[in-house]
Design a protein around this ligand. Sequence first.
Ligand SMILES: C[S@@+](CC[C@H](N)C(=O)[O-])C[C@H]1O[C@@H](n2cnc3c(N)ncnc32)[C@H](O)[C@@H]1O
Length: 227
Amino acid sequence: MGSIYRELLLPEDTASASVKEHEAEFLYGLVKEQGLRRSLETGFANGASAVHILSAQQGLKGARHIVIDPFQERYADVGLRNVRRLGLSRGMRFEPHYSHEVLPRLQREGERIDFAFIDGGHRFDEAFVDFYYIDLMLVHGGFVVIHDVKLRPVATLASWIRRDKSNYRRVGNVPRNMLMVQKTGPDTRPWWHYRSFGTMKGLLTHSLHVWRSRTRLSTTRRDNPEA
Ligand SMILES: C[S@@+](CC[C@H](N)C(=O)[O-])C[C@H]1O[C@@H](n2cnc3c(N)ncnc32)[C@H](O)[C@@H]1O
């Protein structure tokens, strides 16, 4: 592929919120190779991940990508502008609301998906709720990629999936800051099922992020309506 990444408008003050070029290209390759037609993502920002997913879906019959983010105005609509500039608007459905509002609605409406990319709210409860509803809509054989697994709350979600969700298998050979899993079948855990999922992963990286967030305006703060 030609590098779509370099064609993106990425303002200096918000560029760090975007997936990196090699991560964007990984998403492109995955969607293209697997022919993932029905997809969604939480966390739009400047649209770096979205344009790569949308672009990989070009030419796939019936393809559509649902994008969920309540804070596009904080990015001066750059995500929407990037999608428009690259001529990819047709395949996208934009939901400008919190994922905890949109995902249960989609699930109630009977939505089915082949692929989801989780990169919205990064607190444990936000990322967990994203995965919970995505799991209910994901077809058997479908994939989920979670971004920022170096961050402690997201590393904890990754650890829960790996230990507790026996109907998912980890897929290797992915960028270091991502976890990719594939749904292998129905959830057959008994009602009493529980496995501890605490992890030491991300301990250092997280402390670094907390320190950085406290010393300058970070995306964590920008994404927090209470800040
Ligand atoms: C790390 S950025 C996403 C980057 C994007 N995937 C990219 O590659 O350009 C996180 C995004 O999550 C959004 N966000 C924060 N809380 C959210 C929530 N509860 N539901 C959906 N999106 C949320 C923020 O507005 C922000 O745009």
